[in-house]
Design a protein around this ligand. Structure first.
Ligand SMILES: Cc1cc2nc3c(=O)[nH]c(=O)nc-3n(C[C@H](O)[C@H](O)[C@H](O)COP(=O)(O)O)c2cc1C
Length: 351
């Protein structure tokens, strides 16, 4: 069983790197138009991208979102992600830690992150389905201790579980389990999707359950239907491969999910799912996100080297700064006051 889990994690990394696994549906950020300011009255090099999230300081509003750990190749990937996060002063979430609980050598593929990044905001991660299968307070504390986590992230991935060969699509009773775990942990709990988005109804339930922040992880980036489609094909499971194909573009576009969640709740929000440039980050902040998360693009650089990942992130931060200059905003907090307009399909969604 452990062997299956490790193989599945390796498959997910390889498929994400080798195949086209992104949604053909857009995040709809192209329907957001920030209003240009021809008189910004500030200098680009004085723009401050630092922010604070759950009482932790970030040099830029960026989180390396949950990806790997628990398979042989993931230690090096996590090490590069950690080194870049520490050097830049941004945050990171490790991949699901289920595998790390089963053996000390697998735990090291996660704990390497804290070793290489002693100062960053680092968060633990587990799939919600595990909460119904005996994963409770003790296991969560082990995950937190494994990496010196400042927060605990639970991912909701019902559709992925339904499509995955060997998946566990059991979600009855999940919200009560989330509420229970929150009351037992001393660190803040964040709930995220994995690329299909959070609706306003779900956001309200999560806020009422006591979660400290929501990561919307909407559609427009990595599609887990696509990843599981390719894995099912490789395993000769025609039914699941077809199911993955059918749901390839499922989900709430990230911009819609972010706007709905912002309108429905007051808690901090992380925008992720198809965030690819500093302009996407700026638009997320204007729509009310407190932080943004990126996964697949960072994986592609992290397998090459820490330096290539670092230059990509520096380029992204410079794009964010350029956008802030063009809208005349010299700090992250004021981004929520930038004027914008919504057109096209996004306007249709929000009707
Ligand atoms: C290779 C890979 C592994 C992932 N593993 C996890 C995971 O273990 N836990 C989780 O919460 N999300 C996981 N995700 C989902 C991401 O955190 C993120 O929500 C999603 O990929 C959308 O962001 P993106 O479009 O920037 O990739 C994974 C993503 C990738 C690409």
């Amino acid at each position: 069983m452990n062997k299956d889990l490790i193989e599945r994690k390796t498959d997910h990394i390889n498929i994400s790197l080798e195949k086209q696994v992104e949604s053909k549906k857009s995040t709809l950020f192209e329907c957001i138009h920030l209003i240009h300011n021809a008189l910004p009255e500030l200098n680009l090099d004085s723009i401050d991208t630092s922010t604070s999230f759950l009482n932790h300081k970030f040099s830029a509003p960026i989180l390396i979102d949950a990806m790997v750990g628990g398979s042989p190749e993931s230690a090096k990937i996590n090490e590069n992600l950690a080194l870049a996060a520490e050097e830049l002063g941004i945050g990171m979430v490790v991949g699901s830690q289920r595998a790390g609980l089963s053996s000390p050598s697998l735990a090291e593929t996660y704990s390497i992150v804290r070793k290489r990044a002693p100062n960053i905001f680092l968060a633990s991660n587990i799939g919600a389905a595990q909460l119904l299968k005996g994963f409770g307070k003790e296991e969560a504390k082990k995950c937190i201790d494994m990496i010196g986590a400042k927060a605990f992230v639970i991912h909701l991935n019902p559709l992925q579980e339904a499509i995955q060969v060997g998946g566990e699509p059991q979600y009855k009773g999940i919200i009560n389990k989330i509420r229970e775990l929150i009351s037992q942990l001393s660190v803040p709990v964040i709930v995220k999707e994995v690329g299909f988005g959070i609706s306003k109804e779900v956001a309200i339930k999560l806020e009422l359950a006591g979660v400290s922040a929501i990561n919307v992880s909407g559609a427009g980036g990595t599609s887990w239907s696509a990843v599981e489609h390719y894995r099912a094909l490789a395993l000769d499971n025609k039914e699941k491969a077809e199911l993955g194909q059918l749901f390839w573009d499922w989900g709430i576009p990230t911009a819609v999910s972010l706007i709905e969640t912002r309108r429905a709740t007051k808690i901090p929000i992380i925008a992720s799912g198809g965030i690819r440039t500093g302009l996407d980050i700026a638009k997320s902040l204007v729509l009310g996100a407190n932080l943004t998360g990126m996964a697949l693009p960072l994986l592609r650089y992290a397998v090459v080297s820490k330096d290539s990942l670092l230059s990509f992130l520096q380029k992204t931060i410079y794009e964010l700064k350029t956008t802030m200059f063009a809208v005349g905003c010299n700090n992250i907090q004021d981004m929520g006051r930038v004027r914008f307009t919504i057109t096209g399909e996004l306007a249709e969604w929000l009707k």
